[in-house]
Design a protein around this ligand. Structure first.
Ligand SMILES: [Cu+2]
Length: 258
């Protein structure tokens, strides 16, 4: 299976708990398509040869008597049904629909803006600072209210500054946008979600490998779209705790918006 994933399809590295099952499905779909391509092409060549003019000088008005093609069609539909009901739907139910409890997960807000990704964590107090659209600006994309004491220790990373995630812990990202439609794509996590202005759409995943990874924007969002590359790092819990405490202490969120 890995041979198909990484040598034939050349999928990127996978670093999330559910990612392997998405790759499995991608391989199954490609195998079915390859079988159809070869099978139908062989049938086409067979039909060209069998029904060539030289061996059939007179037209046959009855046509095919065998039910082979019907059985083949039903067989293909059955395999497609199996892929959809046996793999795709259960995977969607688990990897997309079934969220972990917020109390057991790291919850962050992510906002796309032309052309950067910004992230916002409730600080060590676990409370989100008050947010209002009237405070929102390019330097304060989350509309944080600097006067609210709960804002003081909130952690933000702005303008594609890398944000950190602890390894082997569920993460919930609530995705939104300041301006146009973007799409939050973490290729190694096998996560993609449109960022839509006026909506907060959650996605969840569990990073399983320490490393530095890329965020891309998967919706053409303007002339700087190709530069809308953010970064995030998956680190061990101790490194995360240290970074988080330092960020919270520096009062990044509270200070910069006053
Ligand atoms: Cu974008």
């Amino acid at each position: 299976m890995d041979f198909f994933k990484y040598n034939i399809l050349r999928l990127p590295e996978v670093a999330s708990a559910h990612g392997d099952r998405i790759d499995d499905l991608i391989v199954y779909v490609h195998l079915l398509m390859a079988a159809l391509f070869v099978g139908w092409l062989a049938f086409f060549v067979f039909a060209l040869l069998k029904h060539r003019r030289a061996s059939n000088p007179k037209a046959d008005y009855v046509g095919a008597r065998s039910h082979f093609s019907t059985y083949a069609e039903v067989g293909v539909a059955a395999i497609e049904g199996l892929l959809l009901l046996g793999f795709a739907v259960p995977l969607w139910a688990k990897a997309v629909e079934k969220f972990p409890e917020e109390k057991d997960a790291l919850v962050i807000q992510v906002i796309g803006q032309q052309f950067a990704w910004n992230a916002h964590y409730a600080g060590p107090d676990g409370k989100w600072g008050h947010q209002d659209i009237k405070f929102a600006s390019t330097t304060n994309p989350f509309g944080l209210d600097a006067a609210d004491p709960a804002t003081k220790d909130d952690v933000t990373t702005l303008s594609n500054e890398p944000f950190l995630l602890p390894v082997n812990k569920e993460v919930i990202c609530k995705i939104s946008s300041m301006d146009v439609i973007h799409s939050f794509k973490l290729p190694v996590m096998r996560v993609t979600q449109d960022a839509i202005p006026g909506m907060s759409i959650p996605v969840h995943f569990k990073p399983t490998k320490i490393g530095d990874y890329t965020i891309t924007c998967a919706q053409l969002c303007g002339n700087g779209h190709s530069k809308m590359r953010g970064n995030f790092k998956v680190v061990d819990q101790a490194a995360f705790d240290k970074w988080f405490a330092d960020k919270a202490k520096s009062g990044a969120a509270g200070a910069s918006f006053e």
